[in-house]
Design a protein around this ligand. Sequence first.
Ligand code: SF4
Length: 223
Amino acid sequence: MSETQGPSTEQKRNASVILNRLAKRYPKAETALNYSDAWQLLVATVLSAQTTDANVNKVVPVLFDAYPTVEDLAGANPEDVEKIIFSTGYYRQKTKSIITLAADIVEKYDGEVPADLDQLVKLRGVGRKTASVVLAEVWNVPAIAVDTHVKRVAHRLGLTTNTDPTKIEADLKALFPKKRWAEVSMRIIQFGRDVCDAKKPRCWECPLRDRCAYENKTPRPSS
Ligand code: SF4
């Protein structure tokens, strides 16, 4: 894609075909993390690093039973929090992150998670990816989160040639209409986990095979 001119009509049409096929395969464009509001999703997203969503879903209800409000977690004893989130891995770092995040939200935004990308990324530990997930999921605000799956799949499908996540986000935003941004990452992430795996993509059963220029496609395994 040209950096100066933006995508052609043909490239946009191709992107639309890709997203429509993913929408057919994954009708529910939403995270597998359980949450009841923006605050809980922010915390669940931090906890989801290097573990499964199912694992996080087991821990989150216990955590919010113990600390129902942002203020409660901001004033928590780290050792108590560590015991609760232990099973998600990296528990010391994650405990520090979520307590700091809570304190930051109390200090900067009176305990309310802001529905704004620029304000969200001012919170310690919240990058564009996490902020975009929360905006798209909770408020349906047009946003595209670029994680490792989105990065890999977008490259393989030729939707970007960039490696910097902010540039990839800009490329994807130029390809898809704004009203569909919120669904782009959720569907691509599901597809990346399910079919277009990092090491061994299931190319033989891929619904986007005819749209993919990836050179190392996996052949159908012999039975
Ligand atoms: S053909 Fe293979 S590499 Fe290409 S998108 Fe499908 S699973 Fe991914």
